[in-house]
Design a protein around this ligand. Structure first.
Ligand SMILES: *[C@@H]1O[C@H](CO)[C@@H](O)[C@H](O)[C@H]1NC(C)=O
Ligand SMILES: *[C@@H]1O[C@H](CO)[C@@H](O)[C@H](O)[C@H]1NC(C)=O
Ligand SMILES: *[C@@H]1O[C@H](CO)[C@@H](O)[C@H](O)[C@H]1NC(C)=O
Ligand SMILES: *[C@@H]1O[C@H](CO)[C@@H](O)[C@H](O)[C@H]1NC(C)=O
Ligand SMILES: *[C@@H]1O[C@H](CO)[C@@H](O)[C@H](O)[C@H]1NC(C)=O
Ligand SMILES: *[C@@H]1O[C@H](CO)[C@@H](O)[C@H](O)[C@H]1NC(C)=O
Ligand SMILES: *[C@@H]1O[C@H](CO)[C@@H](O)[C@H](O)[C@H]1NC(C)=O
Ligand SMILES: *[C@@H]1O[C@H](CO)[C@@H](O)[C@H](O)[C@H]1NC(C)=O
Ligand SMILES: *[C@@H]1O[C@H](CO)[C@@H](O)[C@H](O)[C@H]1NC(C)=O
Ligand SMILES: *[C@@H]1O[C@H](CO)[C@@H](O)[C@H](O)[C@H]1NC(C)=O
Ligand SMILES: *[C@@H]1O[C@H](CO)[C@@H](O)[C@H](O)[C@H]1NC(C)=O
Ligand SMILES: *[C@@H]1O[C@H](CO)[C@@H](O)[C@H](O)[C@H]1NC(C)=O
Length: 661
């Protein structure tokens, strides 16, 4: 996935120079009346102008207006009104500007359609309307009928209409008549249908970006004829096809076809792409062995969720620049090569569910990768044992470690205490025993701990209440090299700081009381202690954790009453204390009163309007609410709860993905 950055300025600068040359013509003193009138029409179409009208009033000469640049002959050449808080519609009168124009209205709240006049304009060369709320089609133009390719966009060299709500088909770009067309950026819209024909006539096209739409059909062969192409990014559509002919795109730097329906294999000839830096083919239906010669300039290789087979080719390990490698969820076999240590820049490594064996050996090999910050190796090593202390070393820079779902036995290993930069630790769904170690508080950066569904026993250590990052609101600034997927294939996190601060300790054998020191974890957003053997009362100190959004204490032996001060947790949206031995009334006002019956169920001594047990009536007649069947449902509920919460219901990560994907 290609981040929206500004590294393509060079083309714009080149174009600008071209424009200036072309427009060195007669000099007059003030901006032309017609130009001025068109700009004023733009203002008139806005419902909010971010103070623009006031600013423009101060000059008669529109060439001196904020955001407006003119050529020496007083023609408007630049309308740069990005991020001005503009709301309303785009005036068709802008199509009357006659200079060679760069129009940048990106990052506003503009709505309605893109006026036909702008698309038909023979003066606009660069059009950036990205990050707005525009709707309608770009191709529903009178002349764009299939029979007659449209004669629009004649002068257009670059269009960025990404991140709007455009619908319909992608317009046919008449490249035969506009040969300098360079950038087509339409990602994050709702375009549908096929990739239009004719793009191979765009012999200068460098950026083709139509990801995150609903495009379908087959990847057209002619796309492999656009040898000028440097960035081809079509992720998250429904495109089928194969990559045969890819080697013709000798200038390709990034290729992102992730989350489509591609099939077939990666052709050997891909090794001929000497400039290829990023290759994203995750979430497709590709198969076969990987080519022995994947380009050795690759920095970022993502093959997640395909049907690739065979062994991982050694050539992958020759790229000294490789920063991110994800091979997860394929059918590879064989041992991990020791040569992976050659990847000196490797920061992100994800090898989830690819039948790795021998955890000890794997960690010994990877420990020497000094750059490694993210290591995701869950769903491997079935029934292996957590390695002993003295055997694991290195990992100086590791921040995220996932060794979940491996059915590992053993204990939470002491060698983890040496990973001083560890921020997130996923050990859920193993068979680990022993206590939560006291050294846990020495992990100064830890803010996410998931040890759900093991056999961890003993009391919840007080030292866990001293984990520094759970006490403070500091967040981690790291941006992942590749988006980190969680349980759902379409839930992805791009920033470490987007993960909530959590303790997931459910489904273990923890006993004793919930320590009152829990009140120290002021930054905690989710706490799951469900299905343990905890006893005693719900500590009052929990009520001070005002960042809390999810609290699950269900399936324990908790007694006493529900602290009414839990109503102080104003952000609480998931709450479960079912299946304990709590008593007394359920608060009838405040936050707690908003939760359903199921949040309180299975506490025969609780009373309140949402329960069968009415306060004051039922004490003498305890109603057995918990049938075996209901208990079963509760277990499933609690598990689903944990899973969904872990996935990130807290933060709508796809929204982030829209901006950073
Ligand atoms: C439009 O303006 C924004 C904000 O200044 C900038 O990031 C973007 O690159 C500009 N677009 C073009 C095509 O220059
Ligand atoms: C400018 O554009 C508008 C709408 O597109 C059109 O009605 C008008 O005639 C044009 N004015 C001039 C002077 O060309
Ligand atoms: C629109 O796309 C162009 C080309 O990729 C890019 O230079 C420009 O920065 C983009 N605009 C914004 C607001 O990101
Ligand atoms: C492609 O999408 C269009 C519009 O959504 C739809 O009408 C068409 O049936 C789809 N074609 C295929 C092959 O799925
Ligand atoms: C591409 O250009 C050729 C020659 O100019 C023209 O015949 C052909 O129709 C064009 N293709 C499309 C789809 O525009
Ligand atoms: C691609 O280019 C080759 C050679 O220029 C040409 O023979 C072929 O027809 C083109 N294919 C498509 C689909 O445009
Ligand atoms: C892998 O291939 C099988 C059949 O060969 C298919 O059913 C399955 O959907 C494929 N898996 C992926 C992830 O594409
Ligand atoms: C994936 O490819 C296999 C053949 O390799 C095919 O049998 C299967 O239907 C494909 N699955 C999807 C979802 O396209
Ligand atoms: C990797 O690239 C370098 C030059 O960039 C070349 O000398 C070397 O042979 C290549 N290695 C492989 C395995 O392709
Ligand atoms: C792991 O991979 C196997 C086969 O490749 C697949 O059947 C299984 O669903 C995967 N497990 C997970 C949790 O993704
Ligand atoms: C796992 O690898 C280590 C070397 O790192 C080796 O000593 C051990 O015998 C291996 N275990 C198995 C079961 O192959
Ligand atoms: C708990 O983990 C085991 C593997 O250790 C797994 O088989 C089981 O499905 C997990 N249970 C839940 C509820 O996730």
């Amino acid at each position: 996935m290609q981040p929206l950055d500004c590294s393509y300025w060079k083309y714009w600068n080149f174009l600008l120079a071209l424009v200036l040359l072309v427009s060195l013509a007669s000099l007059t003193s003030s901006c032309m009346e017609q130009e001025k009138a068109s700009l004023l029409h733009l203002l008139a179409g806005l419902s909010r102008d971010g103070g623009l009208a006031a600013s423009w009033e101060s000059h008669k000469d529109c060439c001196r207006w904020e955001g407006i640049t003119c050529s020496p002959n007083r023609m408007v050449t630049d309308v740069s009104l990005a991020s001005q808080g503009l709301e309303g519609s785009i005036s068709p009168h802008l199509g009357n500007l006659t200079g060679q124009l760069r129009l940048n209205l990106s990052c506003n709240w503009l709505s309605g359609v893109l006026p036909l006049e702008l698309v038909l304009s023979s003066s606009i060369i660069v059009l950036d309307i990205s990050f707005n709320c525009l709707t309608g089609g770009l191709s529903e133009l009178p002349s764009s009928t299939p029979a007659r390719p449209l004669q629009v966009m004649k002068s257009l060299v670059a269009i960025n209409a990404s991140t709007n709500s455009f619908t319909g088909q992608i317009p046919t770009i008449p490249c035969a008549s506009s040969p300098y067309f360079t950038v087509l950026e339409l990602s994050f819209n709702q375009f549908s249908g096929n990739i239009p024909p004719g793009l191979s006539n765009c012999s200068e096209l460098k950026i083709l970006s139509t990801g995150y739409n609903n495009l379908n059909g087959t990847l057209p062969d002619e796309l492999f004829n656009i040898t000028s192409l440097e960035h081809r990014s079509l992720p998250n559509n429904w495109i089928k096809g194969a990559l045969n002919g890819i080697n013709k795109l000798t200038n390709l730097v990034t290729l992102d076809l992730g989350m489509n329906e591609l099939s077939s294999n990666i052709p050997d000839s891909i090794g001929e792409l000497k400039r290829l830096v990023e290759l994203h083919l995750g979430h497709n239906n590709m198969s076969g062995d990987l080519p022995t010669a994947l380009s050795n300039c690759t920095e970022n290789l993502d093959l997640l969720y395909n049907n690739f087979t065979g062994t991982i080719p050694e050539s992958i390990y020759s790229s000294s620049k490789m920063t991110a490698l994800r091979l997860s969820q394929n059918h590879f076999h064989g041992k991990l090569s020791e040569k992976i240590g050659n990847l000196k820049s490797l920061s992100f490594l994800s090898l989830r569910n690819i039948s790795l064996t021998n955890m000890t050996r794997t960690l010994q090999i990877l420990g020497s990768s000094r750059s490694l910050t993210t290591l995701l190796i869950g769903f491997n090593f079935m029934d292996d044992t957590m390695p002993e202390d003295d055997r694991i070393d290195g990992f100086q820079n590791l921040q995220i470690l996932a060794i979940n779902d491996c059915s590992l036995s053993g204990k939470i290993p002491h060698w983890l205490s040496k990973f001083r930069n560890l921020r997130m630790l996923f050990l859920q769904n193993n068979q680990l025993t022993g206590p939560i170690p006291d050294w846990i508080s020495s992990l100064n950066a830890l803010f996410y701990l998931d040890i759900t569904n093991n056999s961890i026993k003993g009391e919840i250590p007080i030292s866990l209440m001293d984990v520094p990052m759970l006490k403070s609101d500091n967040t981690a600034p790291k941006v992942f090299e590749l988006p980190v997927y969680d349980k759902s294939p379409f839930m992805q996190y791009l920033r470490l700081g987007s993960f909530p601060k959590v303790l997931y300790l459910g489904l273990n054998n923890l006993s004793g009381v919930i320590p009152k020191e829990i009140g120290q974890l002021q930054a905690l957003v989710a706490l799951n202690l469900s299905f343990n053997r905890l006893s005693g009362e719900i500590p009052q100190q929990l009520c001070t954790l005002t960042n809390m959004q999810m609290l699950d204490l269900s399936g324990n032996h908790l007694t006493g009453t529900i602290p009414s001060a839990l109503n102080n947790l104003h952000f609480l949206s998931k709450f479960n204390i079912s299946n304990n031995d709590l008593e007394g009334p359920i608060p009838t006002v405040g936050q707690l009163s908003t939760f359903p019956y199921s949040s309180f169920d299975g506490n025969p001594k609780l009373c309140g309007p949402v329960l069968v047990n009415q306060c004051g009536l039922a004490e003498a007649d305890p109603v057995s609410i918990v049938s075996t069947k209901q208990y079963g449902t509760e277990v499933i509920f609690a598990i689903a709860f944990g899973v969904f919460f872990g996935v990130g219901v807290l933060y709508d990560q796809m929204v982030l993905a829209r901006y950073f994907g």
